[in-house]
Write a protein that binds this ligand. Structure first.
Ligand SMILES: Cc1cc2nc3c(=O)[nH]c(=O)nc-3n(C[C@H](O)[C@H](O)[C@H](O)COP(=O)(O)OP(=O)(O)OC[C@H]3O[C@@H](n4cnc5c(N)ncnc54)[C@H](O)[C@@H]3O)c2cc1C
Length: 344
């Protein structure tokens, strides 16, 4: 029998440490409990919100329905060939643990995604990415349960519509499926991607010429630790905004006005990505505090709760930053973090 709690404060379950009460709250540890929770919500006509590690959400209002906290853990190899391994993890598994397990087995594919917070199940939701890699590069399929019917469905990569920090689960299927387990295909042979963000330099400094997946994961962890605030010390939800993408024509206009503008290639051949951190810094927000909130002094893309910030303060900061960047550059920043309910 599942245990349904009432009026559970959600702030401690998030890395931003913000969030009011969930009217109903339950923790699921296996498929049976998950199915029972979905049935309970159906019988009681309550909307479900799925909570993983709470590292990519801003809960701006109390949740009137049922919050399902996902603690369905575990992982296993389900298929193996000479060159590859199909590795499956249950969605409540900690992402960092999944990566650690894979590199310990000497498998290539997840090492650049080391040290990302949260659960395996949330990884496809925004197609997590870092250091030149994205989940979609290794993704095979996922199994998800429809939150209305409880029925299970397999989603292949093409069904997920993966894009830059985006998928069908953030768009048309938002809040409609519980991702139950995820399968990735990893390589037994080196498939290195070291050209981003200083990985190569760290390995060279350590005199590592042919790195193992574990050595790469450690280099990524080191790089991240030097730049990102630890949520347990300075509550945050990682990069708050997506890097805007513009056409080449639009970019040329911006570059004419700001020759020092930073950029890199976009998610499609004709698009240019502009680092939102640079735009936010130029607009004067880096390290500037507004009461209990502000953009982190070492990385302007990270919105920090300096202690006791309210959801209203964070929402005001989001709007302030969007307006500041829009006024200066004419570009509209889009939040990467899931704001519940969404911004209007
Ligand atoms: C310091 C820091 C650094 C970060 N760096 C990165 C980074 O480099 N790259 C990156 O991509 N992200 C990064 N993030 C963001 C975050 O770690 C990822 O987005 C992560 O995948 C969120 O996982 P979670 O379990 O915490 O999701 P949650 O915050 O709990 O949920 C996020 C969304 O997914 C939905 N969801 C969660 N689980 C499921 C499920 N099983 N089925 C269906 N929907 C579900 C939720 O309802 C919610 O809408 C960072 C965050 C922090 C705090």
């Amino acid at each position: 029998m599942i245990k349904i709690q009432r009026q559970v404060i959600l702030a401690p379950y998030t890395t931003l440490k913000i969030g009011g009460p969930a009217r109903y709250f339950t923790v699921v540890k296996n498929l049976r409990e998950l199915k029972e929770s979905i049935s309970w919500a159906k019988e009681n006509k309550k909307e479900i919100f799925i909570l993983g590690g709470g590292s990519n959400i801003l809960l701006a209002k109390p949740w009137p329905g049922l919050v399902i906290k996902n603690e369905i853990t575990g992982s296993e190899i389900i298929k193996e060939t000479k060159k590859s391994v199909w590795y499956q993890a249950y969605s409540g598994e900690n992402w960092q643990k999944f990566v650690e397990d894979s590199v310990r087995r000497h498998l290539y594919g997840l090492e650049n995604l080391a040290s990302i917070y949260g659960s395996v199940g949330a990884a496809p939701v925004q197609n997590i990415g870092a250091y030149g890699a994205e989940l979609k590069d290794v993704f095979v399929s996922l199994e998800a349960l429809n939150l209305k019917t409880g029925r299970s469905k397999i989603f292949k990569a093409s069904d997920c519509h993966f894009a830059y920090r985006d998928s069908v689960f953030k768009k048309s299927l938002r809040g409609k499926y519980f991702i139950y387990r995820v399968t990735v295909k990893l390589s037994k042979e080196p498939r290195l991607n070291l050209s981003y963000g200083g990985i190569k330099e760290i390995l060279l400094a350590k005199k590592i010429k042919t790195p193992t997946p574990k050595q790469i994961a450690l280099a990524v962890t080191e790089l991240r630790a030097s730049k990102l605030p630890i949520p347990a010390i300075l509550p945050n939800a990682g990069s708050f905004f997506k890097n805007p993408e513009v056409s080449e024509k639009e970019f040329k206009k911006l570059q004419k006005r700001w020759p020092e503008i930073k950029f890199f290639s976009g998610s499609k051949p004709n698009l240019i990505k502009i680092p939102a951190a640079w735009l936010i810094e130029q607009a004067g927000f880096k390290g500037r505090r507004y009461g209990a909130v502000g953009m982190y002094e070492k990385q302007a893309l990270i919105l920090v709760n300096y202690g006791g910030a309210s959801a209203a303060q964070v929402l005001a900061q989001i709007k302030r930053v969007i307006k500041g960047v829009k006024t200066r550059f004419g570009l509209t920043l889009e939040p990467e973090v899931n704001i519940i309910p969404p911004l209007k």
